[in-house]
Design a protein around this ligand. Structure first.
Ligand code: FRU
Length: 401
């Protein structure tokens, strides 16, 4: 286990799950809304904490009520908050995230009205106590000084730097880092059409650093410090993709974890690709490592028909789920009648009327429309079954998302 200090953003992410990407002049409904802790460094630290490390964040927060929520959330994620710089008049940074349920992709609108982390605040931290320092490449003017003192006072501890966006002067920071994560946005903004092209340009200037450039579902290209040549690690193809928010931050955390364990950069990038793929198959970052065991399909498409319901257990949500086809779609509902909170098949099987396109609760004969779960006849008229979001992969396996 190592002690890792992350310097960068902590954000409140307000996530809205929407059926498709939102276009101009459109008004749509989100199926879920929740708030979670985000920000690149904070996400990476959360993953590192799950990988068994002791983590601390150096970031800024406001003096508003959201700041309390943010700090409590960081603590719950086992991230030490001792080095947070609070600005009483500042507002907590917020991201409004739409998560496209059809493909797991996200769009982020970020709002920030908070002073940047000051050099003086960072300079008070006993950085020698840490085994690794990870910086987010933002707040460039102040970061220059922070990296300078890190370079001066640290003897053996590696420094990593995330270069996600092209910011004025960010290139002056690069020689200070032992490991640099470049994003494809940065590469493109610098006129490169591939990760390889960016690394080719960077390697001669930074021969003694590990360099990585990720390129979405094409994978990651990387150069090992002190070695000529560029290597490629293809991304792991996963289906269904349910949530890509924080996948890059997960990748960065896993690379740091494996390098700390003494693995080669090759191995670190390969493992990081696997963990990032796993992340894309679940919502948020909670229990990321447990997900390896629990992500199993609840049923197979070839068992679901229009004529009768299939009732299955969904361990990931701890509930029983009713599956049935409506036209060519699969509908999924929690197996719970809103009338008396009993399973629909409590007394007998759930009868299906293929003409009316309804299914009937076996307890008190409430009829629910298969299309949307609304009760059209019976004791809970106009109430509805709770829909469950599912995805079906190319092999026909059905997953809760
Ligand atoms: C994901 C993320 C979000 C945050 C945004 C900040 O990588 O860190 O959690 O809102 O990016 O730019």
């Amino acid at each position: 286990m190592a002690k890792i200090l992350g310097i960068g953003n902590a954000v409140l992410d307000i996530v809205l799950k929407v059926p498709h990407a939102v276009h101009d002049d459109e008004e749509i409904r989100a199926s879920h809304r929740h708030t979670q802790i985000g920000g690149n460094v904070s996400n990476s630290l959360y993953v590192l904490a799950q990988l068994g490390h002791q983590t601390a964040i150096c970031t800024t927060t406001g003096g508003d009520s959201e700041a309390k929520q943010l700090i409590n959330g960081l603590k719950e994620r086992q991230i030490d908050v001792e080095h947070i710089q609070r600005f009483i008049k500042g507002r907590t940074p917020t991201s409004y995230v739409t998560l496209n349920a059809s493909n797991g992709h996200r769009a982020i609108v970020h709002y920030r009205d908070l002073p940047e982390l000051s050099f003086e605040h960072f300079a008070k931290i006993e950085i020698e106590e840490y085994d690794w320092l990870h910086f987010e490449g933002r707040n460039i003017d102040n970061l220059k000084g922070m990296l300078n003192i890190a370079k001066t006072f640290l003897t053996h501890q590696p420094i990593s730097l995330e270069v996600e966006k092209p910011r004025d002067g960010i290139e002056t920071l690069l020689p200070q880092a032992n490991l640099i994560f470049f994003s494809h946005h940065y590469a493109k903004a610098k006129g490169h059409d591939s990760a390889e092209s960016l690394l080719k340009a960077m390697q001669p200037q930074l021969p003694n650093s590990h360099l990585i450039c990720t390129w979405g579902d094409q994978g990651a290209w990387f150069c090992t410090a002190g070695h000529a040549g560029i290597q490629h690690q293809p991304a792991k193809s996963v289906s269904p993709v349910v949530d890509t928010l924080g996948a890059g931050d997960t990748f960065n955390a896993a690379v740091i974890h494996h390098l700390l364990a003494g693995d080669t950069l090759d191995k670190a990038v390969k493992e990081a690709t696997e963990l990032a793929a796993l992340k894309c198959q679940q919502h948020g970052l909670d229990k990321l490592l447990e997900a390896k065991q629990t992500r199993k399909p609840i049923a197979h498409l070839n068992k679901v028909t229009n004529a009768k319901t299939l009732v299955v257990e969904a361990p990931s949500i701890g509930k029983s789920v009713v599956l049935i086809k409506y036209e060519d779609q699969v509908k999924a509902y929690i197996n719970n009648c809103p009338h008396q909170d009993v399973p629909l098949n409590e007394a007998y099987k759930i009868d299906v009327n293929p003409f009316e396109k309804t299914m009937k609760c076996s307890v008190h004969d409430a009829f629910f429309r298969i299309e949307d779960g609304v009760c059209v006849e019976g004791p809970c008229w106009d109430e509805a079954l709770e829909a469950v979001d599912i995805q079906i992969n190319e092999q026909g396996e059905i997953f809760i998302v």
